[in-house]
Write a protein that binds this ligand. Structure first.
Ligand SMILES: Cc1cc2nc3c(=O)[nH]c(=O)nc-3n(C[C@H](O)[C@H](O)[C@H](O)COP(=O)(O)OP(=O)(O)OC[C@H]3O[C@@H](n4cnc5c(N)ncnc54)[C@H](O)[C@@H]3O)c2cc1C
Length: 495
């Protein structure tokens, strides 16, 4: 099946029975279940874009195996133009939710592409694992499937002594048996964003929870993918932030709930052909950097960040115009921060593409440092962006009638007292409900938490960056030392 339509995506979810629980209930059909249906519809809209006559060219490319149009985020990038083309496509998807859906399917499509292209990495573990990852990539691409992923084990105890093995082995996902058919896994993982709205789940290790070299470590050393409906797999959703309110009242929550879920694996049999790494802790620990998966997914993340910055800046500028505060110096300095944020993200995205190079697998890979800097920066940037919206909005974020109030007993008062010099009362309320959903609602708080943690713990991620440019820093330090110890007459500047 070539690139899917929205209806084909929804039908795929309906056709694959899976165990999803929300609010103490089993969800039979995620496409109609309150709290999940809105997000499913938004995702369906993304797939429809692949069939829009005006966008099709931008959103798809000819499959190298079937010749049919397939999603462009699966493209194996060979040139810088390919990267730019992929970014244009991902930007289209990011802008449909203004960056509020971090897990549009391109996030994992680009990861899967990079892993398949690095097939020889997996072959070092077992020769057949190369074919497994390549076949899986092709299967997902040709069927345009939606993936969720989970990298992190649940933890019982974070005290350093308890985490010397980096996770609680009694709750962590582990291999408990091995048969002719595959490996059997048991345990719990967190957090599968988009889990209930996905067709498949990818499970692989993370740098955040490195595997120790111990006798038992092999039990936790694996990478695999299975259908979300595989027997024994259970998704436990958090409370939904789509509260069933109108799009006027909850403009973001009603549309862009992508849902996060804990995943329980009750003796799930993973067929051998779906196993990509097994028992090799070193290969597991290095999967992300060796395959450049983290950098490719970062290309999607930073593209999304740009869309999010544009949205927050646009919102802030409409807010201050509506309130008539746009010429006040302290208001301008807050808006200027948002402009700086946007420009920093755009510059880093561009730098990652300009500095891109073919990696050892023959894939054009964005430059890793600008991507990592942008990812790490955004962890601090986004909470501040939300704070700026709160500072600009102040009581206007609380003096907020609901849609029903415009037809209620005080409708006349709302009309009379709530307009501004530039907006009718309805326009003002609509705008500030949007700002509220971004900066004050449960949906908005989850966005902040998401940006802080979805890519792992920020402090431990920071160490990755310090490790990266160490060579550069050390050589600069060496040059500087030479300069300091050189007699002055030999010159003041580095050569
Ligand atoms: C909304 C959201 C969506 C997410 N989606 C996904 C997803 O789809 N897939 C996925 O795999 N992951 C996802 N994650 C990421 C993942 O679930 C974790 O949040 C992340 O890896 C951090 O782990 P933790 O939450 O257990 O934090 P903890 O490890 O509990 O850390 C909490 C705090 O304690 C400190 N800390 C704890 N232990 C240590 C230690 N040993 N050394 C130093 N500092 C420590 C940390 O610095 C941090 O500030 C998501 C997270 C969120 C919030």
């Amino acid at each position: 099946m070539p690139a899917r339509t929205g209806e084909q995506y929804l039908e795929g979810l309906r056709q694959q029975p899976r165990e999803i629980y929300l609010g103490g209930q089993r969800v039979e059909d995620v496409t109609t279940f309150p709290g999940l249906a809105g997000g499913a519809r938004s995702l369906a809209g993304l797939y429809d874009m692949q069939h829009d006559p005006n966008l099709k060219e931008e959103m798809t490319y000819a499959s190298p195996t079937s010749g049919q149009p397939v999603g462009l985020s699966f493209l194996a990038t060979r040139t810088k133009d390919d990267l730019a083309r992929r970014r244009t496509m991902m930007s289209r998807w990011a802008h449909t939710s203004y960056g509020m859906m971090g897990r549009t399917p391109d996030f994992l499509n680009v990861s899967l592409m990079s892993m398949a292209e690095a097939g020889d990495y997996f072959a070092q573990n077992r020769p057949e694992f190369k074919q497994n990852i390549v076949s899986y990539y092709e299967y997902v691409r040709e069927n345009d499937l939606t993936l969720t992923h989970t990298l992190v084990n649940l933890q019982r105890n974070r005290r350093p002594a308890a985490t010397s093995r980096h996770f609680s082995t009694d709750v962590a996902l582990a291999v408990i048996d091995e048969t002719d058919a595959g490996i059997v896994v048991r345990g719990a993982r967190t957090l599968a964003t988009l889990g209930p709205l996905s067709d498949e789940i990818a499970v692989y290790p993370t740098r955040g929870q490195q595997l120790a070299n111990s006798d038992e470590a092999w039990r936790y050393a694996f990478a695999f993918a299975v259908p979300c409906g595989i027997p024994g797999l259970k998704f436990l959703c958090r409370e939904s932030y789509d509260l069933g309110r109108s799009q006027f009242d909850h403009p973001l929550g009603s549309r862009f709930e992508e849902m996060d879920a804990i995943v329980f694996f009750d003796d799930v049999l993973v067929p051998w052909e779906r196993v990509f790494l097994y028992r090799d802790t070193d290969l597991c620990n290095e999967i992300s950097s060796a395959t450049n998966q983290y950098t490719h997914s970062g290309h999607q993340v930073v593209t999304k960040n740009v869309a999010k910055c544009e949205f927050v800046l646009g919102l802030a500028s409409l807010m201050v115009k509506t309130l008539g505060s746009e010429s006040i110096p302290q208001v301008q300095s807050l808006v200027a921060e948002l402009i700086e944020d946007l420009e920093i993200m755009k510059a880093l995205l561009l730098a990652s593409e300009t500095g891109a190079a073919l990696d050892r697998w023959g894939v054009m890979c964005p430059s890793r440092i600008p991507i990592t800097v942008a990812r790490n920066q955004f962890i601090r940037m986004y909470p501040r962006m939300v704070e700026i919206i709160q500072l600009l909005g102040s009581s206007s974020l609380m003096a907020l009638p609901a849609e029903a109030d415009f037809k209620g007993p005080l409708a006349q008062h709302i009309e009379q007292y709530m307009d501004t010099d530039t907006a009718t009362s309805k326009e003002r309320v609509q705008l500030f409900r949007l700002a509220w959903d971004l900066a004050c609602s449960a949906f908005g708080s989850r966005q902040v938490l998401y940006e802080r943690y979805f890519q792992g713990d920020w402090m431990r991620n920071a160490s990755v960056l310090v490790d990266e440019p160490l060579v550069v820093t050390e050589s600069l330090a060496a040059k500087f030392f030479t300069f300091l110890t050189r007699p002055l007459r030999e010159g003041m500047f580095f050569s």
